[in-house]
Design a protein around this ligand. Structure first.
Ligand code: SF4
Length: 375
């Protein structure tokens, strides 16, 4: 059997400022960026030979666009020097509209970045201020136009819904604006109030409210309806694409348990049943690489039961669902027999269906996807 190519994830742990809802690992000490880039290049060199080859690269964060083009060029040069990259690789960079100019985007394109993911979040200035984003709606619109002018033909836009003070109508306006740019990909995330964030603090102080479960559900269904009406394919709980070939090839690797290597602070890697991850702290990361060692904090080996559970959890988030033949080959068990009672009950409740050899989630199932895998 042909060996599956891996995905490469690079975590850039810097942001100019912290958004009010964010609990991702990132710091605002941007003065450390030059040291970080040097350490990352070292980590890339030390990782040579871990995986045969890669056909996706995803540079995420944090905010990769706080790096200069020269710094991004240095990282890409190291990747090409020490790793084997497929000539048709999908190469994504996450960017913040507040950082962009036509010149910067044109340089990114000439570095071989062929997919851009723009963190727009909303086209409503009031909502953007509430979320603590450092860009405004006008900058968001301009960054999309500039990305097209720079030659990006595969553009993704990230949006957030279910926000305190946001009505369904305000959300529909943001969706309509996003659709008007015809992005190849849209990720629409429901806001969750994570602990250790400014919004969570406001929530605890009863200064803001979380939308009711009913309203949250309404946001989800409105998103699916509006985007499907505009011709988008709903292929994962939060992800939509204009055409099948614009699905995020990198993210699909996570959902299918494909191998991936993660470099940079807090990045995770996966191969067969082993998962390992780097130190989250930039300070630790820099110190360990300065000693010429890999910055891996720990690892775990997943048992067959854990792998099965993850396969369900991840597969039921996608419209493709779980391929029953592949599942049997991999785990030597028939999923429909193994989990007969619960699958029957989910089918009766119209949360999942068995179709064309797949166990698939319906739209109603996607709306509650996080709890489906507890079967
Ligand atoms: S830009 Fe992204 S990673 Fe940085 S604080 Fe905001 S949401 Fe978090």
């Amino acid at each position: 059997m042909k060996k599956e190519k891996a995905g490469l994830y690079i975590h850039i742990p810097f942001c100019q400022s912290k958004c009010a809802y964010c609990n991702f690992y990132s710091i605002t000490s941007v003065n450390l960026i030059p040291k970080f880039v040097a350490a990352l290049v070292k980590e890339i060199k030390l990782s040579k030979g871990t995986f045969d080859s890669f056909d996706t690269i995803y540079i995420g964060g944090g905010t990769p666009s706080v790096l200069t083009c020269e710094q991004i060029a240095e990282i890409i040069a190291a990747i090409n020097k020490f790793f084997k990259i497929d000539s048709k690789a999908e190469i994504t960079l996450e960017v913040n509209p507040g950082d962009l100019s036509l010149g910067y985007l044109t340089s990114l394109r000439s570095l071989g970045i062929n997919r851009l993911n723009i963190g727009v979040q909303s086209f409503d200035d009031k909502i953007l201020r509430f979320l603590g984003r450092r860009h405004n709606a006008n900058e968001a619109r301009q960054s999309i136009r500039d990305a097209r002018t720079a030659g990006f033909k595969n553009l993704g836009i990230d949006l957030i819904y279910s926000i305190h003070g946001q009505s369904i109508n305000i959300w529909k306006k943001t969706l309509a604006k996003a659709i008007s740019f015809k992005p190849e990909h849209l990720s629409c995330y429901q806001l969750t109030l994570e602990t250790d964030t400014l919004l969570y603090k406001k929530y605890r102080e009863e200064k803001i409210k979380e939308p009711s479960e009913n309203l949250q559900r309404k946001f989800f269904y409105t998103t699916a309806e509006e985007l499907e009406k505009a011709g988008y394919i709903h292929y994962e709980v939060s992800n939509f694409t204009r055409k099948n070939n614009f699905k995020s090839r990198h993210n699909i690797k996570y959902w299918r348990h494909s191998p991936y290597l993660g470099l940079g602070p807090a990045a995770h890697s996966f191969l067969d049943n082993r998962r390992w991850w780097n130190y989250a702290s930039v300070k630790n990361y820099l110190e360990i690489l300065a000693q010429g060692k890999m910055p891996v904090e720990s690892e775990e080996f997943l048992t067959p039961d854990q792998l099965k559970l993850e396969t369900l959890f991840l597969g039921l988030r996608t419209s493709e669902g779980i391929d029953l033949i592949l599942y049997k080959k991999r785990f030597n068990v028939d999923l429909l027999i193994d989990k007969k009672n619960i699958i029957e009950s989910l089918v009766n409740n119209q949360f999942v269906e068995v179709k064309n050899g797949h166990l698939r989630t319906t739209l109603a199932g996607m709306a509650v996807a996080d709890s489906l895998a507890l079967i």
